[in-house]
Design a protein around this ligand. Sequence first.
Ligand SMILES: O=P(O)(O)OC[C@H]1O[C@H](O[C@H]2O[C@H](CO)[C@@H](O)[C@H](O)[C@H]2O)[C@H](O)[C@@H](O)[C@@H]1O
Length: 480
Amino acid sequence: MSLLQQQQQQQQQYSSFQQASEHRLVLYCEQHPDPSDDLLQCQSTQLIPTLEHFLTSHPHWHQHLAIANIMSTSSPTTKRQTSPSDVSPLSKSVPFYHHSHPEPSLVTRADICILLMNSDKQQKWLKDAHRLCANNNNHSTNGNPPTPKHVILVDPSKPLLPPSPPLLPVDEYKVTTIQHVDQIPSTLHSILSSLHVGDKLVVEAAPSHPQPLIANQVIQEYQGAKKQRLFLFDYDGTLTPIVSRPEMALPTRSLLDYLTALCRDPLNTVWIVSGRDQKFLHDCFGHLQTLGLSAEHGSFMKMPGESQWIDMLKDAVLPWKPEALDIFSTFTSGLPGTEIEQKKSSITWHYRNAHDLDAAVRKSHECHQALLGLPGVDILVGKMNLEVRSVLVNKGNVVKRIRQQQGGDNAVDFVMCAGDDQTDEDMFRALFHDTKTHTILVGPPTKLTLARFCLDTSQQVVDLLGQLVSSPHHKQSSSL
Ligand SMILES: O=P(O)(O)OC[C@H]1O[C@H](O[C@H]2O[C@H](CO)[C@@H](O)[C@H](O)[C@H]2O)[C@H](O)[C@@H](O)[C@@H]1O
């Protein structure tokens, strides 16, 4: 192909990309894998596969994204002209543009940029982009202020330190520095989830596969937090493993020590948001005065530092309770080993210990159907249990209330929320659009969830708390 033909083809590809990306967010990647820098070279080969992986685990972004990849390199293999489809299967799932020369109009159009190049080039790129955007805004006729954009700097040479201030006053960009392309999926997910781009895109909370949590990243952000930190923990399956009998699921000594230490740091507010009743939570955690407790999915709350519980359903009538109890009793009498746990404003039917587990699982579907007729309740499918509680409460509302009390989203710069069950998805939903949050599913990465990250076991959650409280920036106040 002649040079002219190549240029025409490139121009055509660029125009098609512009058209196809019109109502999408543009992710602009620019890579300068200096041949003398092995780390950069190596990460550069992983960028596109990482983006493919991101889209596989977050399929709902397919319809919202367009990706431009500028691979500017002296390497002879990438110097030749390539068409998008030569480069990546990405081109088959999202509008994709690939070229070897930076394209200024793409930089100004981009919503998120990923820069894989050495730090000097990154700084130069930011300066140039700053100039470009300023110029572009001068010529903009709509008078709107520029939308702040996001830049992810991948800098393998940067040690893991608390975030440093950006070197440039780049108002147009919110800069996030990461060390490894592996961190791109979680970073991208949190940026994308925070974007409400006017009429261009309204991002609904949609479940996707969580990324395995990188403990060092959390520790770094915990240490970097300057305002308040908020911790929200489910109990069963999150801070303690699921066991055959509810009364045996007691907190370990280390968990209590770590919670005590977390509560002692004046920057921290720590809550357990559980389906358990007040008595159980009080017996296990009542001695930790500054720990907030929420029982029965938000029906009762004990504020940090207080000793009295607030009945959130004080004035509500719960006419469904006797009927729900009747339904559960019928199923219990036909299935030896199953049990009813009666709480003040919810009822849980446990079938984990049924003598005939297969029959109990089958019958649980029937029981679920029977409960559907009850007015004013939510039916929760838990871990070998069915639970009925009032629609007036859920863990998501608990989270919203706690956040309001803390002074809103901006008052807090670190949030960790962990849970393992269907009811915890309400907490994850309430935090979905806040990029500061570390929402953690305790479960496998194959599960669809609104949490951004996952850890396999409750022991890993407890170990992470241990790491946080032994980190150098953790402060201890004199009294608890
Ligand atoms: O919101 P949570 O703190 O996770 O509480 C949810 C329910 O947990 C308990 O039941 C579950 O854990 C038991 C102990 O491991 C297990 O035996 C049972 O099979 C699980 O369903 C608790 O008994 C319920 O009251 C909570 O609603």
